[in-house]
Design a protein around this ligand. Structure first.
Ligand SMILES: Cc1cc2nc3c(=O)[nH]c(=O)nc-3n(C[C@H](O)[C@H](O)[C@H](O)COP(=O)(O)O)c2cc1C
Length: 323
């Protein structure tokens, strides 16, 4: 798939996941074959006000390419200003605009999925950003605010008209949040309505779900969110299946625990042990989920404070699986 002049090497990309898809996770997913990664969403306003945290979130390491940064906001001038400043300050391949986030904190400020209720404003924002930067601009949206207002096809066409280079469609309404089902028909309708590439998103987590999503929607690629949480190897599985139908099983528990340790080491390397280990806790819970006695380790996960604690825990998990 091609976004503007950028050619992607595969058909599965990592979703932006606030609080989850940080540099450590992005690097890990790329190493397993994700074709592209995106930063966590960043407030355009926060960044233009030089908020230190927003700025830090926009920085991609040398190992994180191709990579996109994602901005959210509601004021075309502010988002365009942030986009221009970020292009000058950071190294990234494409710039994505968030038009799908359902969190009240974001929609209450007219950002994220609340733009689905105001298509002209959504288009104005995209047009302003396309004008402000040289890089390809992409948009990630849901199908609509609620089932009575599926705006994705109309919005997609208008975004294409103002120069947006690619779209990601999460096949749910804002009202649905993350509940099933994923509306593949609406994604397909967008694919048929525009000439720019469309990335299909929603409940893809392995080879078969990626393949059926691509076949049923005609999308150019799939985006994986929750399916990659605690499972960065899912990209390898998807790529193998799409290539020749090979079904790679979940890695053995020992290997999964090794990846968890590697993941935690990266988090600690980038954020220091105090913050890093607190952030590792949720990842550890995802990696351990489904193993024998997982519930019993909940308290240990909640107390993780050092990499040594994590090593001890992974050994316990492995031992437990053998009894
Ligand atoms: C914890 C979490 C954080 C998310 N953060 C973002 C974000 O920062 N930007 C965005 O566009 N979507 C965000 N999303 C939505 C995902 O990118 C994706 O569209 C959604 O999870 C559906 O894909 P999935 O079924 O593969 O998880 C987030 C989702 C989750 C679960």
């Amino acid at each position: 798939m091609r976004i503007g002049s950028l050619e992607l090497s595969g058909s599965a990309v990592l979703a932006p996941l606030a609080g989850v898809s940080d540099r450590a996770m992005r690097e890990l997913c790329l190493s397993y074959g994700a074709a592209m990664v995106t930063t966590e969403m960043v407030s355009a306003k926060g960044y233009t006000m030089r908020d230190r945290k927003s700025k830090e979130l926009l920085r991609l390491s040398d190992l994180e390419h191709p990579g996109a940064i994602q901005l959210f906001g509601y004021d075309p001038d502010t988002v365009a200003e942030a986009a221009k400043a970020a292009s000058d300050e950071f190294s990234f391949e494409t710039l994505d605009l968030n038009m799908g986030c359902p969190a009240p904190k974001i929609t209450g400020n007219r950002g994220g999925s609340s733009l689905l209720k105001d298509v002209p404003l959504a288009v104005d924002i995209a047009a302003a950003v396309v004008k402000a930067v040289d890089k390809p601009v992409t948009v990630k949206m849901r199908t609509g605010w609620d089932p009575e207002h599926l705006v994705c096809v109309d919005l997609a066409k208008r975004l294409e008209d103002v120069g947006v280079a690619a779209l990601t469609v999460h096949g749910r309404t804002k009202e649905q949040m993350y509940a099933p089902p994923v509306d593949r028909n609406s994604i397909r309708a967008v694919v048929e309505a525009v000439s720019i590439p469309v990335i299909a998103n929603g409940d893809v987590r392995d080879g078969p779900s990626a393949k059926s999503m691509l076949e049923e929607t005609g999308a150019a690629a799939v985006m994986v969110g929750r399916g990659a949480m605690g499972r960065p190897w899912c990209f390898q599985q998807i790529n193998a299946y799409l290539k020749d139908g090979t079904v790679l099983p979940e890695p053995p528990l020992e290997e999964r625990m090794e990846v968890l340790l590697r993941h935690a080491e990266k988090i600690v390397q980038y954020k220091g042990e105090y913050i890093g280990m607190r952030e590792t806790r949720k990842h550890a819970a995802w990696y351990i989920k489904g193993t024998r006695g997982a519930a019993q380790f909940r308290a240990d996960v909640g107390r993780l404070s050092t990499l040594e604690d994590l090593t001890v825990l992974t050994e316990k998990v492995i031992t437990m699986s053998k009894v």
